[in-house]
Design a protein around this ligand. Structure first.
Ligand code: B12
Length: 228
């Protein structure tokens, strides 16, 4: 196990690799993290994602523009690809199925992919529709897979307006399915206003919320079965 100084060095390499859009540094940092026994989850969130947060700040300060950000995202994904298989599988006692995607008009998928990764490590069955997903596709996929949850991601105020439309349609077709929303412009207040069942501000809270929702659905099902 790496000592604290070495650990900080590796996390900095991952973080700076993303900021300096250096795919090789991210790959190297990821290999070093694994070789030295760092927790893969920590390397992802405290290294790669922390770098992306700084990239967001640089974009807002107009020091970075879309081409740089695209390269930063590639660097993040280069490290993520190596680290992801090393994330510890968790058995949290509840496993569910979830349809997930970024809504129509929105190509931001880093956050959605991190949420998906948390579901994967917890043993959920995940149907990932990708990004820029036509709104009706969420409804169709939920009906096709009979998933317990649908997770909608949006990173833009212009795209998040599609969420209430999806929520309404899914609830109309399948009132037993639970819907969680997330992404920077969304909030608990919007989730309540639009009739979603949950909201989470980051990937680990998304998993915690999802577990609560699936446990609730299972309890409802058991109660119904007992009454019969
Ligand atoms: C990376 C990025 C891009 C990349 C996306 C690459 C990719 N593959 O995703 C590229 C370069 C393609 C891009 C393009 C654009 N972008 Co951009 N982009 C960003 C940036 C810098 C970082 C986003 C990110 O990945 N963050 C890191 C991840 C880890 O965080 P996250 O996404 O928030 O996800 C976490 C939580 O939100 C949550 N979460 C996410 N989804 C979900 C879902 C559920 C169900 C739950 C529970 C939780 C959850 O968990 C995640 C992990 O913890 C942000 C700035 C910022 N500060 O956020 C702008 C930003 C989102 N972009 C913005 C804009 C305007 C654009 C463009 C229009 C720019 C342009 N002029 O072309 C285009 C839009 C193209 C389109 N149609 O979608 C604006 C949006 C403004 C707004 N409020 O509407 C932002 C906020 C920048 C800004 N301040 O202006 N962008």
């Amino acid at each position: 196990m790496a000592d604290e100084t070495r650990k900080k060095e590796i996390l900095d390499k991952l973080r700076n690799g993303v900021i300096q859009y250096d795919e090789d540094a991210c790959r190297e940092g990821a290999q070093e993290a694994i070789a030295e026994g760092l927790d893969a989850n920590e390397a992802i969130f405290d290294g790669l994602v922390s770098g992306m947060e700084e990239v967001g700040r640089l974009f807002e300060a107009q020091e970075y523009f879309v081409p740089e950000i695209l390269m930063c995202a590639d660097a993040l994904y280069a490290g993520l690809e190596i680290l992801k298989p090393h994330c510890k599988q968790m058995d949290l006692g509840v496993k569910g199925s979830v349809v997930i995607g970024t809504v129509e008009g929105d190509v931001h998928d880093i956050g959605k992919n991190l949420v998906k990764m948390m579901f994967d490590v917890a043993g959920f069955t995940v149907y990932d529709l990708g990004r820029d997903v036509p709104l009706d596709k969420f409804v169709e996929e939920q009906l096709k897979t009979d998933s317990e949850l649908v997770c909608l991601s949006a990173m833009m105020t212009t795209s998040m307006v599609g969420m209430p439309k999806v929520i309404e349609k899914i609830k109309e077709k399948n009132p037993n399915c639970m819907i969680m929303i997330g992404g920077a412009p969304t909030s608990k207040e919007l989730a309540d206003k639009w009739g979603a069942d949950g909201y989470a501000e980051d990937a680990s809270n998304a998993l915690k919320e999802a577990i609560k929702m699936v446990a609730f659905l299972k309890k409802l099902r058991d109660e119904k079965a007992q009454k019969k």
